[in-house]
Write a protein that binds this ligand. Sequence first.
Ligand code: CTP
Length: 402
Amino acid sequence: MNLFENKSILLGITGSIAAYKAADLASRLKKSGAKVNAVLTPGAEKFISPLTFQPVIGSKAYVDNDLWIGETHVTHIGLGHNADLAVIAPASADFMAKLAYGFGDSLLAVSILASHCPLLLAPAMDGDMYDHAATQANVAILKERGAHFIGPASGHLASGLTGVGRMSEPAEIFNNIRCLLSRDGKLRGKRILVTAGGTREAIDPVRMITNRSSGKQGYAIAQAALDAGADVTLISAPTALDVPFGCQYIPVESAADMLNAVVAHLPECDGLIMCAAVADFHPLAAAEHKIKKDGGFNQISLEPTQDILAEVAVMRPSLSKLKAVIGFAAESQDLRQNAKGKLDKKKLDMIVANDISAKDSGFAVDQNRAVFLYADGREKEIPLMGKDQLAEALITDLLQLL
Ligand code: CTP
């Protein structure tokens, strides 16, 4: 289910100081399993050598001369036709002008003219050049024609000035590419709600009750759903993780916030994956001001939070779109029995039973092992694997449920 396998990316590099960052992007794409065809314009060659790309992508990087002395006289047609996605990073003002007006004066320009795939541009130039009416008009023409844009970002520019014009970082461009490649996946047109992270229940403005959840499994599920083409709403308690590119992100703090967000967004969803570690109890009332130690602080009165999945079960008959509700069970003993009890009690279609007593799986680490239990009595053993792999397995099964 690797999104990048069997995908051919045409990576165009044009004349900008940001050209050196294209090698990083090429490396990320190659490591992810894509076939990368790099094409440098004459301007790009002034900033970076094609030799830099060759070991990174495992094949020759094309330069303008290849248009005239290539292995075949139709190098450009092949490059354009075979691409699943064309990315121009960095995209100079000059190259965008050429694209907007259909010039074919370089191997890269004719390759883009010959392509039928989506086009992503990552502009990079001085702020004044980007702001110029001509550049803005060219960007508008390309957008109108369906081209996708990422950036430019704001920051320090090669001119020494600060402004809008920096090429977006390779990691961001990579995430954008990932999102564009996924749009025709099997979950296309489906909206999946994923909850993640450990909720925080305030004691006072400084202190809180929380749990060991890192959010890693939930974020991996959100990414796997995006990779499968779904529209994803991610409702997340605070984590240290990057939000998967392309999802609708709803940050929350407490169990009550998460319940409100789930209730608000669920009616438009086809599936719910409740991966968050929701607090079962919260302090009766959070103190408005910091509790001072001199006053004594030896007891916190707690009351139960509302069970979100129990509320979902009550709402479900009125939610015509919702076809699958999946819960998680974090257990340190009697894994199957406890998880089965939650599957029935919370009226779920499936539950992921997670043994959190093992050191190599569960909370905070990058790996997980689990048992998938289904409402119809089926069981599936998931051996120790990366959380992203477990997420892919879960999304594959979600497809069946939908
Ligand atoms: N859950 C929920 N609302 C809560 C607590 C949990 O919706 N207030 C969800 C979790 O997101 C998970 C499932 O219920 O999908 C099971 O959570 P878990 O913490 O394993 O079980 P609890 O129902 O909280 O029971 P216990 O803590 O006693 O094991």
